[in-house]
Design a protein around this ligand. Structure first.
Ligand code: ADP
Ligand code: MG
Length: 231
């Protein structure tokens, strides 16, 4: 069953076509990555799915979605717990229930010591973990993540990739992940969609085998890279 389905999506900024006739589907518990060079329309596509850009042609059907933007800033004057509770506050949800949930998450993810700290007391990696918690605090089946680790150093990035995969599997969420890092896409996804052209008018699909051999991995990377370079 598709938990998200895009049919013939076309979108322009002013007169410029950014996305043309794109189809995409996501099944429950599936994780896909969209990779492609800068400016090919990845963020725009995610904003369309998130309902932030509405002026598109085509149809979208989806279950409940949570979106973490490319620059997801924590509010510096709020401590971590009240940053995480922000979406609940904005939706006028139950803050008491939300707080219990947020504290549970922080505890489960070994972040309890940070609950009452402020964003400027956290490292870049910690901030991204908190932003992610803020994204998953609302009920949702599908997470849309726009290059959440691109500003982090290599070691932190690798730690967070493992951290993310564990949580996503544990919470049984589906995911659309955007990155320009092919290794990251392969590690995190069941399927990779590569943006071939600008404007984005075709997504080339690669399946990631569960127990991929190093030879297959090398071949997969080369094939993806070739499409991005030719685009
Ligand atoms: N708000 C906007 N108004 C006009 N053009 C935009 C806007 N946002 C993005 N664009 C243009 O749309 C294209 C795709 O941008 P974007 O989706 O951010 O690409 P990516 O995330 O793949 O780097 C780029 O050419 C960019 O300049
Ligand atoms: Mg982008």
């Amino acid at each position: 069953m598709d938990i998200l389905k895009l049919h013939n999506i076309t979108f322009s900024y002013n007169e410029d076509i950014i996305i043309e006739n794109i189809n995409l589907n996501l099944k429950k518990d599936e994780r896909i990555s969209i990779v492609g060079s800068s400016g090919c329309g990845k963020t725009t596509l995610l904003k369309i799915i998130a309902g932030i850009e509405n002026n598109f042609l085509g149809t979208i059907s989806s279950s409940k979605i949570a979106y973490m933007p490319q620059k997801d800033l924590l509010l510096p004057w709020r401590n971590i717990i009240s940053n995480i509770l922000l979406p609940i506050e904005l939706n006028k949800g139950d803050l008491n229930k939300g707080k219990i949930k947020a504290l549970n998450f922080l505890d489960k993810l070994n972040l309890m010591n940070y609950a009452y700290k402020f964003p400027n007391e956290l490292s870049g990696g910690m901030k991204q973990r908190v932003s992610f918690l803020r994204t998953i605090i609302t009920e949702s089946d599908t997470l849309l993540l726009d290059e959440p680790f691109s500003a982090l150093d290599a070691i932190t990035k690798e730690d967070l990739q493992h951290w993310l995969l564990d949580i996503i599997k544990d919470l049984k969420k589906s995911m659309v992940f955007i990155t320009h890092d092919i290794n990251e896409a392969i590690f995190l996804s069941n399927r990779i969609l590569v943006c071939k052209n600008k404007p984005m008018n075709q997504l080339i699909e690669f399946k990631v085998k569960k127990n991929i051999t190093s030879t297959e991995l090398k071949e997969l990377k080369e094939n993806i890279l070739k499409i991005i370079r030719e685009g």
